[in-house]
Design a binder for this molecule. Structure first.
Ligand code: KDG
Length: 327
């Protein structure tokens, strides 16, 4: 078997076809839709790839046209999809958004019994981590099927065994499982990660009400080596055993669609953190948080989960305050 292309980041999870109504209002009365794809891990993969990192995305897709669409879209974004498996017995999942015209969009999943929900520990192969530096996983995958939590646990353990670092975004999706099961499972995965990336609401869901500093200490105490808390409009804050750094939010002129903002944040953070050139945790955290805040803010200003993610040159221009030549 030929060797795999080196990957800065490996990620795996479910991607679905996404149907978004072209109008605002109740989904029941939406007559026209645009079709795209989405999935937390593939959103991060696209963000990282556009920022110049090499990325391997792994999943199980149905042997159906929607599976073709997902694989070819991600390959078109420069992502290595060589290890994706196609399952003739189970379909590729679909999800819909509903834009109310205020607040977060509602989402409706059609993913029970999908090909990715059949992911089991025996599918996780040492080869997944060959020639790679880092694994990124989210708390969506463990919620999908009977064995997906064990598959995530196996992958995190195997990645460490092979010398990779691991990041974990809890990505709490209450529609997918009970609160009790979510809390128990997500907490059990925290000690297996190096970088833990919760939002404030997720931190509270997992650990109860605390101050931001107490959350940092709490999750470091569970075994994470770095804790990065997303504070929404308040920016973000990062903790390692040696540093605690807060980064100011990037200005948002108009919120259009908040779905995918956490994934953009993760891509921004990892793209900087994994390319650290200094030993100074404070400096590294600040640089990574600033880029993460920028990407998260940009992601709220376009429709779709990943389409508007910026390329590296655009990020550099925005961060240096350079002018854009638009015409
Ligand atoms: O973070 C954005 C994701 O939630 C979205 O792309 C779809 O993966 C998805 C999910 O499970 O909600």
């Amino acid at each position: 078997m030929a060797g795999l292309k080196p990957a800065d980041v490996v990620t795996f999870g479910e991607s679905m076809v996404l149907l978004q109504p072209m109008s605002e209002g109740p989904l029941a009365y939406a007559p026209l839709f645009t079709r795209s794809i989405a999935g937390a891990e593939s959103n991060v993969a696209i963000g990282l790839s556009r920022l110049g990192l090499s990325v391997r995305w792994i999943s199980r897709l149905g042997a159906d046209p929607f599976g073709d669409l997902i694989a070819s879209t991600l390959a078109g974004e420069g992502i290595d999809v060589t290890l994706v498996e196609r399952d003739p017995a189970y379909p590729t999942a679909v999800y819909f958004k509903e834009f109310k015209g205020y607040g977060d969009p509602n989402v409706y999943y059609y993913r029970k019994g999908s090909a990715a929900s059949r992911l089991a520990p025996e599918h996780v192969k040492p080869r997944w981590f060959e020639n790679a530096r880092h694994l990124h996983v989210t708390g969506i995958t463990p919620a999908l099927g009977p064995e997906t939590a064990d598959a995530v646990r196996t992958a995190m353990t195997e990645a460490h065994k092979q010398g990779l670092t691991v990041s974990f975004d809890p990505n709490l999706r209450r529609k997918l499982w009970s609160e009790e099961e979510a809390r128990r499972t997500l907490l059990s995965l925290v000690p297996l990660c190096d970088i833990f990336l919760p939002g404030l609401e997720e931190a509270e869901f997992l650990a109860g009400e605390m101050t931001v500093e107490q959350y940092g200490a709490h999750f470091l105490g569970l075994g994470a080596k770095a804790v990065v808390l997303k504070l929404g409009e308040q920016g973000s804050v990062g903790f390692t055993p040696l540093a605690a750094v807060r980064a100011q939010p990037h200005k948002v002129s108009r919120v259009v669609d908040t779905v995918g903002a956490g994934d953009a944040f993760a891509a921004g953070f990892l793209s900087s953190w994994l390319n650290n050139e200094s030993d100074d945790d404070e400096r590294n955290l600040l640089a990574a948080l600033e880029r993460a805040n920028l990407l998260g803010a940009l992601a709220t200003q376009y429709r779709g989960d990943w389409e508007g993610l910026p390329k590296l040159a655009e990020v550099q221009r925005l961060q240096s305050g350079g002018r854009e030549t638009t015409r």
